[in-house]
Design a protein around this ligand. Structure first.
Ligand SMILES: Nc1ncnc2c1ncn2[C@@H]1O[C@H](COP(=O)(O)OP(=O)(O)OP(=O)(O)O)[C@@H](O)[C@H]1O
Ligand SMILES: [Mg+2]
Length: 426
């Protein structure tokens, strides 16, 4: 496997490719950074998914074919062939771990090697053999009793501490995903948690700074990421998405899944309105023995409402349990195809008591118009993530071997206030 060093890779003329492997579609983007202009999309393609469910490969051959089709479309559009990709990770097993570590140092003045030693120790504290580390972000440093330090290098003291944020995912699931992509003759350059990528695709600077929760509402999975002070501080995932809404409609209105999907996008809404009373929805028959029937629109709305409300409530409770709810700021940004459901922002405002908007990709040159919706936030964010030199303590694809993870030399950057700091100070 190729290793990627985020600080040296993207140069002017280099070309990178990303894959968003989703439950309903696989997207491939090929891009290049143009100095002074930004990231230009050279080729883009997507294909309806088969063999994939909530980020998990459930049918290797079908998933492989889907990926091949998406990649071929992007390659054709770009007029070139790719050999490696960065890929998203959105599985139920996606989670955050925060580790605080203090070390004594005798040299008097904090140097790079001290930072590296503390980070290395944080890695060795991480004992979860079934979880692979996708991201490792130092959130906050402390020297002696001084906390909330941006960059401790050059400071004097005897004790150096760090709050590390690890984003991890199940090793088995990642192995299957890697295997599937390698069967398409593509190397994996790196893996990025989906909501982290989506955040990079749609958020604006003020949101990153002041605190924001991004919720990516896909077909099979809903993932969340909290950003604050320009960094990722928390992630979570729930194995529920737009497909569950469709399934509920199919069952509740006794109609096939494909018809329920159409009904959802045409008539579906999370909120009812007075005009809905008395309106009926045509429901195609389940089979040859059945007939077209009509069901009240108010029934459809109550089905959609229940599922979306429940999803948001579970997420809100998880944020509360993690102590992140207040820290996450006053804003929520929704991405993913299911964020297009009518009334979904109002429901999110009601449940989370925050301001809510739908996020669409921005800041990419020549991104096709067909990919300008919230369902392309992850793909767009993945390609931005590569070119934006994210400062992380782990590089390359995650280590799925069970050995200790590789770390790279810490080179400084935005080292930020931590959850721990927040909890202790408010
Ligand atoms: N206009 C719309 N109104 C309501 N729902 C929609 C609309 N358009 C798409 N969806 C829903 O969005 C979901 C697809 O979203 P998306 O493309 O983000 O998923 P994905 O990335 O393929 O899957 P996942 O991220 O869960 O693996 C589907 O469930 C689809 O029904
Ligand atoms: Mg998705």
């Amino acid at each position: 496997m190729a290793f990627f060093n985020t600080r040296s890779a993207p140069k002017g003329s280099e070309i990178f490719a990303v894959l968003d492997v989703g439950s309903s579609k696989v997207v491939c983007l090929i891009g290049r950074e143009e100095v002074g202009l930004g990231i230009r999309i050279l080729g883009a393609g997507y294909h309806a998914s088969a063999g994939l469910r909530a980020g998990v490969v459930v049918d290797m051959e079908a998933a492989e074919n889907t990926i091949r089709h998406a990649v071929e479309k992007a390659e054709r559009a770009a007029g070139l062939a790719i050999s490696s990709v960065f890929v998203n990770v959105s599985t139920r097993s996606l989670r955050s771990r925060h580790i605080h570590l203090d070390t004594k140092f005798s040299s008097g003045e904090v140097a790079n090697k001290d930072l590296q030693r503390v980070i290395d120790q944080a890695f060795s504290e991480f004992h979860e053999p079934d979880q692979a580390i996708l991201h490792a972000l130092p959130l906050n440093w402390s020297v002696d009793e001084e906390i909330g330090i941006k960059d401790p290098r050059g400071m004097f003291g005897t004790k150096l501490g760090v709050d590390m944020h690890f984003v991890t995912a199940g090793v088995g699931i990642l192995r299957n995903l890697v295997h599937c992509i390698e069967r398409c003759h593509l190397q994996i350059n790196g893996m990025v948690a989906s909501p982290y990528a989506a955040g990079n695709g749609v958020l604006v600077e003020d949101e990153f700074d002041l605190g924001v929760t991004l919720i990516d509402m896909g077909a099979g999975i809903t993932t969340a990421a909290v950003f604050r002070d320009k960094t990722l501080v928390f992630t979570d995932a729930l194995g529920v998405g737009g497909q569950n809404v469709t399934n509920d409609i199919a069952r509740g209105l006794t109609t096939p899944f494909e018809a329920a999907e159409r009904i959802k996008t045409i008539y579906g809404s999370v909120l009812d309105s007075p005009e809905d009373d008395g309106q009926m929805v045509p429901c195609p028959p389940m089979g040859a023995q059945d007939e077209l029937h009509h069901e009240p629109l108010t029934l459809l709305t109550s089905i959609v409402n229940s599922r979306v409300e429940e999803t948001f409530e579970i997420l809100r409770d998880r944020f509360r349990a993690a102590g992140i709810e207040e820290y996450a700021g006053r804003r929520i940004v929704l991405t993913g195809g299911a964020a297009q459901l009518s009334g979904v922002t109002q429901m999110a405002e009601y449940i989370f008591k925050k301001r809510v908007r739908v996020g669409r990709p921005h800041g990419l040159l020549d991104l096709p118009e067909t990919m300008s919706g919230p369902d392309f936030a992850v793909a767009a964010g993945l390609i931005k993530h590569i070119f934006e030199n994210k400062r992380e303590a782990v590089s390359g694809p995650p280590d799925l071997s069970g050995r200790r993870v590789r770390t790279r030399r810490y080179e400084g950057g935005s080292i930020l206030k931590s959850l721990k700091w927040f909890k202790e100070n408010f």
